[in-house]
Ligand binder design. Sequence first.
Ligand SMILES: [Mn+2]
Length: 357
Amino acid sequence: MERIEKLLDVMEKENLDGMLLVKDANLRYLSGFTGSESYAVISKKGRAFITDSRYTEQAEQECPGFEVIKWRSPNPDLPETIKSVCDKFVIKRLGFEKNCVSVDLYEKLKNGLGDVELVGTIGLVEKVRSVKDSEEIECIKKAAEITDEAFDEILKYIKPGVTERDIERELAYVIRKKGAEDIGFSIIVASGKNSSKPHAVPSNKPVEEGDFITIDVGSMYNGYRSDMTRTVVLGKASEKQISIYNIVKKSQEESIKIIKAGVECKTVDKLARDIIIEAGIKEVFEYGLGHGVGLEIHEEPSMSAKSTSTLEEGNVVTVEPGIYIPGWGGVRIEDTVAVTKDGCEIITKSPKHLIII
Ligand SMILES: [Mn+2]
């Protein structure tokens, strides 16, 4: 129950005597529930897991310590169910995830909860989740290990004429076959000119000799995800490709070197960017250098120029600088790393030299 204790501490600081949770990842983190479309109310006085007949048996098995309550006709509706839980736990100020609750549900709760005060919150559980314990890091490592093996296998599959979508489909298949619960997110395979779009959608374009091929891929293991990008060349690399690749590689490796607990996220982002600018490149990545990874593919902390976060031991973040030249192509190199007291551990282990297939 350590996770719930941490949340109760945060709630106390916010003057909340109850917290309504709707977001799947937060529910899974706190209760163990692996389904969806469910709700939980957490308070010092008790924990209720609210779901419907599709999930009640599963919730009873997966969520020890929670009282499982069934809603939906013929049972009472959701606001009425939440109201009765608030009454039972004597909740007067109920926090809710205002970036996850629909306006429709908010209005229903406002009308249905009587004198319970609704307080919109953002990121309370996410803040707790941003610091991983060793068990969580092990799951991310397992997800990364599967991805590394799958990446190695897919390199043998890539040949002139196979399409981006072929590569994507094969990679997803290999990841699942190797024991991942799922792919970690929609896989990106971007070749040739498409590689200048950071989040290109895999197309029916066949890969050709001389193409950069950017592959952004991860697996999910026990709910936890990994995230990795490698850019390879098919056939023979041009001098420009080698030079652009090595600038991104330097930016990525040097910024990983300064990561440790206590360093501000924006400092790492700036270093990665400065290395590319100093190399005389104008087409520097415009997104943040990285993001937390865990039960969600994008979570806290954000490693962007605007981030106010400072790295903590147990954060798991990506480092993914890139250069994207419209009409020509692009390079991104990304690793997932676990922040430690004195540095970081690189979790994704696929080779980082320019691979030429
Ligand atoms: Mn990423």
